[in-house]
Design a protein around this ligand. Sequence first.
Ligand SMILES: NC(=O)c1ccc[n+]([C@@H]2O[C@H](COP(=O)([O-])OP(=O)(O)OC[C@H]3O[C@@H](n4cnc5c(N)ncnc54)[C@H](O)[C@@H]3O)[C@@H](O)[C@H]2O)c1
Length: 281
Amino acid sequence: WTALGQAGFTRSDSVVGVGGGATTDLAGFVGATFVRGLRVVLVPTTLLGMVDAAVGGKTGINTAEGKNLVGAFHQPAGVLCDLTSLETLNPNELVSGLAEVVKCGFIADETILDIVEADSHAAVDASSQANRELIERAIRVKAAVVARDVTESTSRGRDVGREALNYGHTMGHAVELAERYTFRHGAAVSIGMVYVAALARLAGRLDEATADRHRDVLESLGLPTRYRGATWRQLHEAMKVDKKSRGDTLRFVIIEQVGRPAIMQAPDPALLTAAYDELTR
Ligand SMILES: NC(=O)c1ccc[n+]([C@@H]2O[C@H](COP(=O)([O-])OP(=O)(O)OC[C@H]3O[C@@H](n4cnc5c(N)ncnc54)[C@H](O)[C@@H]3O)[C@@H](O)[C@H]2O)c1
């Protein structure tokens, strides 16, 4: 804000955010708030940035009290993904981003899961056609979900809306908070998806094979599917302050089959802890 003010930015100027999701979220938030809204163009250079952070208009910053508590909806005027920028990315960052791609597979596009299952080595190779197709498919899923529910008013009747993108994130955010943001986002989301798949299975809303498919697909990419860090109590407390929870009531996005997201509200506490126990095994 200071730099833009000193440079004399006005509403006819644009902010261009080049970098990972942290950078594009910050650039978007500065663009959303400076003179109440500048044009923003995003050039994500991480896989997570391309498939997730740069698409959809959510901008924000973290505070000591929690992740993304301060932010704004502000759609970018454009997003440019140059896949060659991924060549310099740390392989762990690439794999982390693939967690969001797999999420898109489970909530909306089974072909994503098929591509990973066909050749998980190609999936993690930034120069492969498979990787490119995964990125394009995940962007399409995110853009389609967001276009139907731009400000996350979400979940009317059986239509889960934009909240579907939160699959794996309720527990994922809790893990990130418990680990003081030293965990990669995708790794936390991977753990979160395994958790919520176990929860849905234990509640009789998801079949065992699809729950197992979570572990198989995520592990084949090198993503974590077990977690023994924080205690259940710590994670439970963190989930209660997640902005997706309403009051003290826990609320999870689950899937009832691949491509069919649903909401699970106030699950039985015994199921919550049983799913946590499975995560630690
Ligand atoms: N707005 C949204 O909807 C949304 C969605 C998901 C995540 N996010 C946010 O995105 C952030 C995570 O994004 P991220 O995974 O891109 O992490 P990041 O922005 O922290 O980048 C990861 C690391 O990679 C480096 N880097 C970036 N591009 C590179 C390249 N091409 N080559 C080599 N190094 C490169 C960065 O300097 C950084 O060290 C989190 O803050 C999260 O909250 C936002």
